[in-house]
Design a protein around this ligand. Sequence first.
Ligand code: ATP
Length: 199
Amino acid sequence: MYVKSLTLKGFKSFASATHMRLEPGITCIVGPNGSGKSNVVDALAWVMGEQGAKSLRGGKMEDVIFAGTSGRAPLGRAEVALTIDNTDGALPIDYTEVTIARTMFRNGGSEYAINGTPCRLLDVQELLSDSGIGREMHVIVGQGQLDTVLRATPEERRGFIEEAAGVLKHRKRKERALRKLETMEANLTRVHDLTGEIR
Ligand code: ATP
């Protein structure tokens, strides 16, 4: 499994559609300060479902949409598509190539698609987390983040390791199941109350 390509359109400084084809192995992005290198990494995190504006180095989520320059008007939407080579079947989906796309509109709406089929954020998260990648799996290490890990307490460091080992996905599923259970228990109590009243 490797990232085969990344396409950005209207994302941060990438106003025009920009397609990057990547090869297996190490890829280096070089360029002058402020030329958009970190924006490419932000796009990777964003398309994988990042929800935090701060993690994307912005104040609010709409900051990822091209804000305009002196010579170019702002755009109304940001689009990123990430294509992953899945010939080794690392992603639990029956395709040798998987394209995850995310679009965000200036009015706040966000859409996701997997291989052209609209889906939920949860579907993208589940698809990626099963393979150990995804926005919370520490596969993207931002500037300054190494410092955070080095200064972390042993408990915090254990959290990082657990997440990298794929424990997070199970914890999230457990949390969702517990929330459902709580709702069911509340419903059950209500049913008991009602049957008590009827008698
Ligand atoms: P450095 O080497 O200094 O870390 P970099 O190559 O990583 O720089 P980025 O931080 O990726 O550069 O890009 C910063 C540029 O992106 C700035 O010029 C900023 O104005 C531009 N930019 C960020 N968000 C937007 C946006 N929403 N619309 C237009 N331009 C944007």
